[in-house]
Write a protein that binds this ligand. Structure first.
Ligand SMILES: Cc1ncc(COP(=O)(O)O)c(C=O)c1O
Length: 452
């Protein structure tokens, strides 16, 4: 039987990369064979390594290899895996009660999370929240609420946007393969408009914000109809679309247009929120105050929780019983969220995210100067990325991107790819990662680039 020390991950896990087998090792390969037999093929695997425990900036696999974590389980474990306050609060809650259903007999932690969301999200207007299980469910509910409130149907989303894998959120998502391919028909009344993508804007980054905003406003006004539009749903920093930071000035123009026409502005901060970009929420960077904000991922340190938070009069628009779900705001997940928020406050993880950028960005820019494969370095805080292209062009090179990622994986660095063209290498370290590990991870990225 394992001892407690053997079991414990979290903050006590040694913060050192250590490879004791090839990657994947024999125990991972054996589990992978079982996975292939028992788990549907649709569930992909970034790195064929099975995790045993994790904490800080390290994931230890079942073969005893310690890997550097530049993925945070896709931007979830910002406070680190099994963070002390998350474990303490969630364990205590597990022993008290696991579920009564917030719609049957509510419990205090649900209310406390909603109170925290009202305090932490931008704007000093009266706010209310609902809690859900997943990011996609939060986006679905934001759309339901916006439609009910406005009595309009159209929803405007952006090129390169990603909002989830349910039927409505697939419709809201831009990229076909793998998210939508073969899964239609999709929900109607969804309209896609251009995103201010500076690196790929045809007339150059300087004109990007103004021209993109003009196109968006023109398309909504002329094709969708501003008075038909219930909501504009936007990621303040795009996640699965390739860590695109919209050109400065674009989002404020869109926000002003939405306000002028009574369109509900929904900021999807599921990936960019909760300190990831160096502020509690990425939309704060340009002073955007969304009407509704969707959160998930980083909110609860790894437990499934999501939320829609927004103007009280919009959130209260629907009839009683119109919103909810059996597990939404599960008490253990709420306790974990309170632990996660406590950790973010105590350790000032927004500042840690800014520090991660200070360390990483110059290193990534130096790599870009050395390797013409890197076409663009971008992102904010601890949500950074490089776009990989054919040298001398802007042609996306997803094969080279996959090769760089694979070389990183073999060297014991967990790194993810992303982007509409599959050519973006993204870096999402836990915000509690030590600077030694951060530096070592970047060394591995450099070596991988040199190899490819
Ligand atoms: C911006 C954004 N919205 C929505 C989602 C969907 O969240 P979930 O996977 O929890 O349903 C994601 C997930 O990556 C996301 O990044």
């Amino acid at each position: 039987m394992s001892t407690m020390t053997e079991l414990s991950g979290g903050p006590s896990l040694p913060q050192q990369r250590k490879l004791v087998t090839e990657i994947p090792g024999p125990a991972s390969r054996e589990l992978m064979a079982r996975k292939r037999a028992a788990v549907a093929d649709g569930i992909g695997t970034v790195m064929p390594v099975f995790a045993a425990r994790a904490g800080g900036g390290i994931v230890e696999d079942v073969d005893g290899n310690s890997l550097i974590d530049f993925g945070s389980g896709i931007a979830v474990t910002s406070v680190g895996n099994s963070a002390e306050a998350v474990v303490r609060r969630a364990s205590a809650q597990l022993a008290r009660l696991t579920h009564t259903c917030a719609m049957v007999t509510p419990y205090e932690s649900y209310v406390e999370v909603c109170e925290e969301l009202a305090r932490l999200t931008p704007g000093d207007h009266a706010k209310k929240s609902i809690l859900l299980n997943s990011g996609a469910e939060a986006v679905e509910n934001a759309v339901k609420i916006a439609r009910y409130h406005t009595k309009r149907q159209a929803v405007v989303v952006f090129e390169h946007g990603y909002h989830g894998r349910t039927n409505l959120t697939m419709a809201l998502t831009a990229k076909s393969m793998p998210y939508k391919h073969g899964f239609g028909p999709f929900a109607p009344e969804i309209y896609r408009v251009p995103m201010a993508y500076p690196y790929r804007w045809p007339t150059g980054p300087e004109r990007c914000a103004e021209e993109a905003a003009a196109q968006v406003i023109d398309q909504i006004s002329k094709q969708v109809g501003a008075t038909e539009t219930a909501a504009i749903v936007v990621e303040p920093v795009l996640g699965e679309g390739g860590f695109i930071v919209p050109a400065r000035g674009f989002l404020p123009r869109i926000a002003a247009f939405a306000a002028e026409h009574g369109i509900v502005l929904v900021a999807d901060e599921i990936q960019s929120g909760f300190c990831r970009t160096g502020q509690w929420f990425a939309c704060e960077d340009e002073g955007i105050v969304p009407d509704l904000i969707t959160t998930a991922k980083g909110i609860a340190g790894g437990l499934p929780l999501a939320a829609v938070t927004g103007r009280a009069e919009i959130m209260d628009a629907t009839h009683v019983g119109g919103l909810g779900g059996t597990y939404g705001g599960n008490p253990v997940a709420c306790a974990a969220a309170l632990g996660s928020i406590e950790t973010m406050r105590e350790l000032d993880l927004a500042a840690r995210a800014r520090r991660i950028e200070e360390v990483m960005r110059p290193r990534l820019e130096a790599l870009a100067a050395e390797h013409p494969l890197i076409g663009d370095v971008r992102g904010r805080g601890a949500m950074l990325a490089v776009e990989i292209v054919t040298p001398g062009t802007k042609d996306p090179d997803p094969r080279a991107t996959a090769a760089v990622a694979a070389a990183c994986h073999s060297a014991g660095l967990i790194v993810l790819t992303t982007g509409t063209y599959g050519n973006v290498l993204r870096f999402l370290p836990p915000l509690v990662i030590g600077e030694d590990l951060l530096g070592e991870g970047l060394d591995i990225v450099g070596e991988a680039l040199a190899k490819v």
